[in-house]
Design a binder for this molecule. Structure first.
Ligand SMILES: NC(=O)c1ccc[n+]([C@@H]2O[C@H](COP(=O)([O-])OP(=O)(O)OC[C@H]3O[C@@H](n4cnc5c(N)ncnc54)[C@H](O)[C@@H]3O)[C@@H](O)[C@H]2O)c1
Length: 395
């Protein structure tokens, strides 16, 4: 095991700060078996964002180029948390420099680049360098628990999945132009939040075998340029110069799984739903519902045959459910947790794998770049279906 691990995060934006915080807490989760962690650098081309995040989260310094991080001898592990179109260059550069890389989803903005990144990841892994992708919602206790209920046969085979990831960061026409509104068909809401929803769907229900009924819509055609740098979904001050929105505000599609069928809807214009990943999954023996706005609970229906008393029940999640026991400083029932905790579990899982802890003694491993490619193939199929009047695309 390494004597210590030096850590950097590239991107000090909305999700970069979640990664920066997660590496701070990773060694405080569960048993103290990780090597000492050194929080070394936050890399951001915006020096103000980088400097502020480094001071806030206790990193030794900040850098303004990814190359400085690639060249630094005191850095072993890097999260890449910048615009999707920048992932390939930065990830490939870091892997070539021998850094372990955790890349944000979606793997890239094009399938071609994602496949090249997966090739680079396989080559790096042969040299002992890990590349993983952060599908954070697999760390969400309620989602991991529903998966267990399906896999262990309590719920049994999935018959029908109905999922939505509604966000509203773009519902106001005054929301500033940003990298999220640029790119080809399917690079908008579908890539941004549809990547999460499709990953969760396959995590629960197994492989999607075909996509049909694809629909992509841009409902706000232009957006004002911001006057300064914009972070995440911030509604910054804007100028009176507008640029065209290139990609989807809304996407919908249907899917077939090995054992069931599903429908999906994603949006960035769903006013009032800032971050609503919500789904219902119907199985042989009952059903379950999850809503990210209430991450501490699931709704569970088990068909126990008593007829008139059957119905959904609320299950409050706690130490008996995935991730919680030892995974919160105070892990008592009904203490509560949220999306930031999932980034902590993700960082911990990545560091456990890098540190060489046996898989059986570790959190479930992070997803591989090949899984990132698979996810982009699904998104690509949705876009292809949408561009062909909803045609069925077999995967
Ligand atoms: N897992 C999740 O829940 C989750 C949530 C949000 C975003 N994301 C993903 O994280 C990534 C970043 O999204 P975000 O919302 O944090 O973006 P953001 O716009 O808030 O932040 C991006 C940051 O990157 C910086 N930057 C731009 N070019 C750079 C470069 N060449 N080198 C270094 N820094 C550079 C910007 O200055 C900015 O601070 C995306 O891939 C997104 O899909 C994941």
């Amino acid at each position: 095991m390494a004597e210590s691990l030096g850590i950097a995060v590239i991107g000090a934006g909305m999700a970069g700060k979640a990664h920066a915080a997660a590496y701070r807490t990773a060694s405080t989760l569960y048993n103290p078996v990780l090597p000492p962690l050194r929080l070394v650098s936050i890399g951001d081309v915006n020096a103000e964002f980088g400097s502020l995040a480094a001071r806030r989260f206790g990193y030794e310094r900040h850098d303004t180029s990814w190359q400085a991080i690639a060249e630094a001898d005191d850095i072993d592990v890097v999260s890449v948390v910048i615009a999707n179109s920048l992932h390939r260059e930065v990830v490939e550069g870091l892997l070539a420099a021998g850094k372990h890389v955790l890349c944000e989803k979606p793997l890239s903005d094009t399938l071609e680049d994602a496949r090249a990144m997966a090739d680079a990841a396989r080559a790096a892994e042969a040299r002992g360098t890990l590349a993983r992708i952060g599908f954070t919602f697999r760390r969400t206790p309620g989602i991991a628990y529903i998966r267990e209920l399906i896999r262990t046969g309590v719920l049994g085979n999935v018959l029908h999945f109905s999922g939505r990831y509604w966000t509203d960061y773009g519902f106001s026409p005054a929301a500033p132009m940003s990298w999220r509104y640029k790119g080809g068909p399917g690079s908008g809401a579908l890539a941004d939040v549809g990547s999460h929803l499709t990953y969760v769907a396959e995590f629960l229900c197994g492989d999607i075998t075909s996509i049909s009924g694809g629909r992509l819509s841009t409902v706000i055609g232009k957006r004002p340029l911001p006057l300064g740098a914009v972070m995440g979904h911030d509604h910054a001050a804007v100028s009176d110069t507008f640029e065209a929105v290139e990609n989807d505000d809304y996407a919908a599609f249907n899917a077939e799984f090995g054992t069931g069928a599903g429908s999906f809807e994603v949006s960035r214009v769903a006013a009032g739903h800032a971050n609503s990943l919500n789904f219902e999954v119907f199985c042989e023996n009952g059903g379950a519902k999850f809503d990210q706005r209430r991450p501490n609970e699931i709704q569970l229906f088990l068909n126990d045959g008593t007829g008139t008393e059957n119905g959904y029940r609320q299950v409050i999640l706690g130490p008996g459910h995935p991730y919680i026991a030892g995974g919160l400083a105070m892990d008592a029932p009904e203490v509560g947790f949220g999306q930031n905790d999932a980034f902590g579990y993700q960082a911990r899982a990545f560091l456990e794998e890098i540190a060489g802890l046996p898989e059986n003694d570790s959190l479930p491993r992070c997803a591989t770049f090949d899984e990132g490619v698979r996810n982009m193939e699904l998104l690509d199929a949705v876009a292809a279906s949408a561009l062909n009047n909803g045609k069925k695309i077999t995967l």
